[in-house]
Design a protein around this ligand. Structure first.
Ligand code: DP6
Length: 400
């Protein structure tokens, strides 16, 4: 295909988010509508992001999608739902706004290529960033300006929270059609500049229950999940919002840990039970609690999603000491110099008193590495054509 025949090519990036009030359970599997609202922090794209290029052309004969260089089955229902939804919004816009001035692009097929800047093998949730990026990029290609919650949500529920930077709430909504189940920013990226986030990548055994199937079984079998959604989360959403607004770290940290623990308790209450945490995850929890007890103050919090990796929240003035505590408890087996990635953290020595207070038998290699990051912005459009992942022929460029 000659270059210049691509009608439109757009490249965007989108962030990973980590929930501090967890989403677990759907009331509608098809529309991906949750049984409770949730709240998350958007992580900075300097450390973790998805980049997606979408191109439409008259010459494409079918929709095609490549993920990290490998072609995906475009027939997957969730991918289909996103494509259908964005085209529906584009069609709606054509008929209501400046229909005639838009290019004849709606019937054209789309090619999409997407890559993550973090190893998928690390077991970090990539679907949220991936589907948010897909929704955002397709919206730019098709000239859609509506709220994109529904498009991203149909890919993966938590993806709608990656459409914004800072602190984001996904309101569960009440309507059967899901029109009021939307994400919105509750505080901007720079609201709490001292907040730091450490992703502790734990050596994981591969086999685990995916979130979609896991939460379905929980909804069917866990009375605790029902209680959580109806009687616990509504008050927690209000409390979390006010902790964030007031930049109350202790309140934020304690509620974050309690909510992660309750989510994992609902997993154990599921029948047959699901367990995402492993021995290293539990050692990290213990380390955090011992660290906080030593300081007589909640200075660090953990949260865990559907896997054993820990995400730690702390403030700028505590990062160095906590990283040293992790290094002490989980001495790197190899590559000690590559143990910490991302933001710079000045090495400090742990006091003998703190070492004694941590009271843990070191577990060499338990934590593979740490990614140090902070709160970040929402999706971005990249203007430089060199960053496009698709070449002028509409096919993925060979990896540089
Ligand atoms: C534990 O959004 O991955 O990370 O909607 O079925 O795609 P689907 O599930 P997904 O679930 C995320 C669950 C969680 C908690 C959270 O992010 O709120």
């Amino acid at each position: 295909m000659a270059s210049g025949r691509l009608l439109a090519t757009v490249t965007c990036t989108a962030p990973v988010n980590i929930a501090v009030i967890k989403y677990w359970g759907k009331r509608d599997e098809e529309l991906i509508l949750p049984i409770n609202s949730s709240l998350s922090v958007t992580l900075h794209q300097d450390q973790l992001k998805t980049t997606t290029t979408a191109a439409i052309s008259k010459d494409f004969t079918e929709d095609r999608v490549w993920l990290n260089g490998r072609e995906e089955d475009v027939g997957q229902p969730r991918l289909q739902a996103c494509l259908r939804e964005i085209r529906r919004l584009a069609r709606k816009r054509r008929s209501t706004v400046d229909g005639d001035s838009l290019p004849l692009s709606l019937s054209y097929k789309v090619h999409v290529a997407s890559v993550n800047n973090f190893p998928t093998a690390a077991g970090l949730a990539s679907s949220a960033a991936g589907y948010a990026c897909l929704a955002y990029t397709l919206a730019r290609v098709y000239g859609v300006e509506d709220d994109l919650s529904e498009v991203a949500r149909r890919g993966s529920g938590s993806a709608c929270r990656s459409l914004y930077g800072g602190f984001v709430e996904w309101q569960m909504g009440e309507q059967a059609d899901g029109k009021d189940s939307i994400a919105r920013q509750v505080a901007p990226e720079l609201h709490w500049p001292q907040l730091r986030i450490l992703v502790l990548v734990v050596s994981a055994e591969k086999k685990l229950t995916g979130s979609t199937v896991g939460m379905q079984t929980s909804v069917e079998t866990s009375p605790l999940l029902k209680f959580r959604a109806e009687s616990v989360v509504p008050a927690r959403m209000r409390e979390m919002l006010s902790c964030i607004q007031a930049r109350d770290f202790q309140g934020f940290a304690e509620l974050t840990m309690k909510d992660s623990n309750q989510f994992h308790a609902t997993c154990l209450d599921t029948f047959p039970p699901i367990s995402y945490l492993n021995d290293i995850s539990r050692k990290i929890m213990q380390l955090v609690h011992h660290f906080n007890t030593y300081h007589r103050q909640t200075k660090v919090a953990y949260t865990f999603d559907a896997g054993p990796n820990a995400v730690i929240f702390t403030l700028e003035d505590t990062v160095a000491e906590f990283v040293a505590a992790v290094r002490h408890s989980f001495p790197p087996e190899t590559n000690g110099d590559k143990f910490l990635k991302g933001l710079q953290v000045t090495p400090v020595l742990l006091s003998e008193e703190l070492k004694a207070a941590l009271a843990t038998e070191p577990t060499p290699g338990g934590v593979q590495y740490i990614i140090a990051t902070q709160v970040g912005p929402g999706p971005q459009i990249l203007d430089d054509p060199h960053v496009h992942l698709l070449g002028p022929d509409g096919l993925p460029k060979p990896a540089a």
